[in-house]
Design a protein around this ligand. Sequence first.
Ligand SMILES: [Zn+2]
Length: 297
Amino acid sequence: MISVHKDFNDPPAGLVSEPCQEQQQKALAEGAKHNFSGYHYRDSTIEALRKIYKYKCGYCETHESAGASLRVDHYRPKARVKHSPDHGGYYWLGYEWSNLILSCEKCNRRKSDHFPIQNEANRISTPAFGIDGFPTKECCRADRKILLDESPLLLNPELDDPDTHLIFLPNGTVTFKTAAGEKSIELYFLGRDELIKNRKNMTDDILEKLKKHLLKYLKLEIDEETYRYAMQDVYEEATLNRQADKVYSRVANALFDDFDNFVVTQFPDGQQDYIRQSFQLYQQGKLWPSPKVSTVF
Ligand SMILES: [Zn+2]
């Protein structure tokens, strides 16, 4: 799960083109029966989303270079809402920029037409219209009160801070702090084996390198200067992993935020003080004289 900034006032050309406006009119007339044209999500729309989402799935953080098949997901489903049989889908949001999320095929398929909210009484089933004949912004924009008042139970990478809702753990699993976090893990399938394995590998890789260098130092195979340089290198790699364009950057952030749990406790008692101290020195910029990357996030 990532957190991205998207300017809802700046939709890509494809979504404001005349043909797309005509499709929008049709969708308004036909409702859920409308055949939503994927044509308008291609080219400028998916390109804009790929840039905003740093070429990663907004839900599971799998990168397209790692094989993620990225597509446009309708955050609020356009044609029907599962478990809400009387709802005809959010058909008026089919071409709405703030409703389009970049998702991998696996998250997209699992989420499907699910859109659980906290209070069904607040669910919007028809939009209000403005004098221009189109639904009002209040009923379209994901960040406006009417839609926010639905209190979605699915996290939105463009509106929600994942750290408020989810906790990533050193064993690769993810657990929740809130009801929305719990539902999102279930409906984006964030606990699937492949993700657990990849997230764990990322932590283990850093851990193994730190263990290797510390052990060499304790066995007097390397001197302090070499040890510090090697540890600095590993911490810099871990720091780079935190950048938004890296796969599973939330896990890399969790490793820094909860270093004791992710790293220190994975070392034998007699080595924990060494590893804790090396991390403190790194954060203070004192482990090695010239850190190559910024540690500030
Ligand atoms: Zn995904």
